[in-house]
Write a protein that binds this ligand. Structure first.
Ligand SMILES: O=C[C@H](O)COP(=O)(O)O
Length: 277
């Protein structure tokens, strides 16, 4: 079974507001993505699982657009490190999204620890004059445990930044060891994303580099599924699919130059290529 994840970041922002959304007005953007993809995706049932991480505003319309029995799973882009509990917090979580809320909104999965989330948390710590990767990993661990506690599938992102490349093993080991502590019992997959390979103008590492990291992650986690993200595109999908330790991919942009963004037809082309069709 292959796992194909998609992070739709904030690709819902229209071009006139400096975003990359050329697909649909914000109100129906999530539904349109589901409607344009689900027929084709259904052809791969049994061969691959598809999860789409939407910004919260689109979770309901995306979930409503999903046909009954569709293999497409809807996920959100993070959960709060605390959750509601009987006799505990009843929902006093202004601005945050507890795992229970994600569940109630129709999510089956959550993306945790994306490098953009890590950078945001590190930025908050930096405001207090603190630089502490361990603290970021501990907060992400709380989020993972909250998500697992609610039965959400978790895609946990790890990866080294450019300046960490020489000590990549130490960085990945810390992210895994602290992030996954006490989080057993759920469905957790790892997205290996070298931060320096993410986004427009960036290129994915070569096969050996990715295989070495994926092997390391597999060994450190006792064999959890590992997917690759960061510049995954039509041109390298087959190469990535040929790495035995890689169980799938995490896609965001489908077009990295010109009118960059997420385009459903281009996405399907990457999927076809990855699945060898
Ligand atoms: O969440 C996905 C990753 O950040 C990969 O992004 P990218 O495919 O645009 O490089």
């Amino acid at each position: 079974m292959k796992y194909i994840y998609t992070n739709l970041k904030r690709f819902d922002i229209p071009v006139r507001l400096a975003g990359v959304n050329r697909l649909a007005p914000a109100g129906c953007w999530g539904a349109q993505i589901v409607e344009r993809l689900q027929d084709e995706i259904e052809r791969y049932s049994g061969k691959a699982r598809f999860t789409f991480f939407f910004p919260e505003a689109h979770l309901i319309t995306a979930a409503n657009a999903k046909r009954l029995g569709s293999p497409l799973q809807i996920g959100c882009q993070g959960v709060c490190r605390e959750d509601v509990a009987p006799g505990g917090n009843f929902g006093a979580f202004t601005t945050n999204r507890p795992a229970a809320a994600a569940k109630a909104l129709g999510c089956g999965a959550v993306l945790i620890g994306h490098c953009e989330e890590r950078a945001d948390k590190a930025g908050i710590l930096a405001e207090a004059g603190v630089s502490n990767e361990g603290a970021v990993n501990r907060i992400l661990n709380q989020e993972i445990r909250a998500a697992v506690g609610r039965g959400l599938d978790v895609l946990y992102c790890i990866g080294e930044r450019a300046e960490q490349q020489e000590r990549w093993q130490e960085v990945l080991a810390g992210q895994l060891e602290i992030g996954l502590r006490g989080a057993g019992g759920g469905h957790i997959a790892i997205a290996y994303e070298p931060v320096w390979a993410i986004g427009p103008g960036k290129a994915a590492p070569d096969r050996d580099y990715i295989q070495r990291a994926a092997r390391f992650v597999k060994e450190a986690t006792g064999g959890l599924p590992v997917v690759y993200g960061g510049g995954l595109k039509d041109q390298n999908a087959a190469m990535l699919a040929s790495i035995p330790e890689i169980d799938g991919g995490l896609i965001a942009l489908t077009r990295f130059s010109g009118e960059i963004g997420f385009y459903p037809e281009e996405y399907l082309q990457i999927v076809r290529r990855y699945l060898g069709e």
